[in-house]
Design a protein around this ligand. Structure first.
Ligand code: G3D
Ligand code: MG
Length: 184
């Protein structure tokens, strides 16, 4: 890389959240995405793991700061801190449990909208697609919901198999960049 190219490398720090009912696979998605490279700080008083991952794009370095709730999906006490400064979210449901799909619009999306600045970006994720025989939420239902709630994108994943994980996070990062008017 030449010096001039180095100069053009831009750096961003984005705080994002991963939201959804207990056991939909939020922690698994984050861990899969971060593989061996992630740094974790457990903040017991917050009940959250704060995970960091650098994403290197051709012309930019994005540091993602992810807050992963440590099994306290109610997070009432830390709610405002949890969302403070957040620019994007992955809204995750489990394709094998219908109630986790329903609570996206009834609960998690409204929370995100309430606490995060209006221009916050979110994408919808149907996780656990490896459990095809147990699936109760068809892909089309997910697509429908994504349209209805104006999600920036919809993608189905398997954290277990590592399917579409990188794609999901990159979709979010790219949406955040374009939402902030960044042209790389
Ligand atoms: P959470 O952070 O949303 O609460 P976790 O969810 O990441 O802790 O995952 C909850 C359980 O679902 C875990 O199982 C985990 O292994 C499993 N899981 C997560 N993602 C997938 C997936 O894509 N496919 C399958 N089959 N399972 C998944 P355990 O048994 O450890 O509780
Ligand atoms: Mg978790």
């Amino acid at each position: 890389m030449t010096v001039e190219e180095t100069k053009e490398l831009r750096e961003f720090v984005f705080k994002i959240t991963v939201l959804g009912e207990a056991a939909v696979g939020k922690t698994s998605l984050i861990n899969m995405f971060c593989e061996g490279t992630f740094k974790e700080d457990y903040a017991p008083t917050l009940g959250a793991n704060i995970v960091r991952k650098d994403v290197n794009l051709e012309k930019a370095k994005i540091r993602l700061i992810m807050w992963d709730l440590a099994g306290q999906e109610k997070y009432s006490v830390i709610r405002s801190m949890y969302f403070q400064g957040c620019v994007g979210a992955l809204l995750v449901y489990d394709v094998t449990r219908y109630n986790t799909f329903e609570s996206i619009s009834s609960k998690w999306l409204s929370d995100f909208k309430k606490y995060v600045r209006k221009e916050g970006v979110f994408i919808l994720i149907g996780n656990k697609i490896d459990l095809e025989e147990e699936r109760v939420v068809p892909t089309e239902k997910g697509e429908e919901l994504a349209k209805k709630i104006n999600a920036n994108r919809f993608i189905e994943t398997s954290a277990k198999r590592g399917e579409n994980i990188e794609e999901a996070f990159l979709l979010l990062v790219n949406q955040i960049l374009s939402n902030h008017g960044v042209v790389l």
